[in-house]
Design a protein. Structure first.
Length: 165
């Protein structure tokens, strides 16, 4: 897995998906694949789905399997932050009002794993975060990975390769 220093610093200072909008960002994240469906839901910002959450590893090693839960792993097209969006019957559940203002810190994240169909091939993807680790924040079963500050930029970013940093 390439480390942060394998990518241009601008990826962590700016938004690599800036100006794409949800459908354009989705096509880039899914390596040319068009979305089969889209939803309009109450959310902090427009989002594009990376895949379905498999598990999270918290700093300190505790692994949390989300097999009993169903979440989309999505990226906000304005902020470039990763969101965990709960779903019911494969449909996303709208975010609570004032979600970002209501979030509470939960734990730093070491790794996130997800299933995705990039370029038409189904696969299991994982990302091991580098120090400083992002903070998982949540409210009412919705979550966001707040990047830590690193060298004047963000600790992670999302681009065509997926989650980096």
């Amino acid at each position: 897995m390439p480390t942060r220093d394998h990518f241009p610093a601008k990826y962590f200072e700016d938004n690599p998906l800036e100006g794409e909008g949800p459908h354009g960002a989705y096509r880039r994240l899914q390596w040319g694949r068009n979305p089969r469906r889209s939803w309009n839901i109450e959310a902090p910002e427009p989002m594009a789905v990376l895949g379905r959450l498999a598990k999270i590893v918290f700093l300190g090693g505790k692994r949390e399997s989300f097999a009993d839960w169903d979440f989309y792993v999505a990226v906000g097209t304005n902020s470039n932050c990763v969101y965990l969006v709960p779903m019911e019957k494969r449909r996303p559940i709208p975010f609570p009002k004032d979600f970002l203002k209501s979030c509470e810190d939960i734990a730093q994240i070491k790794q996130i794993d997800y299933y995705s169909e990039k370029g038409g091939d189904e696969g299991y993807y994982y990302h091991v975060h580098e120090k400083p680790y992002p903070m998982l924040m949540g409210c009412e079963d919705h979550f966001v990975l707040k990047p830590a500050r690193h060298n004047g930029g963000r600790s992670y970013a999302v681009n065509d390769e997926g989650i980096i940093g």
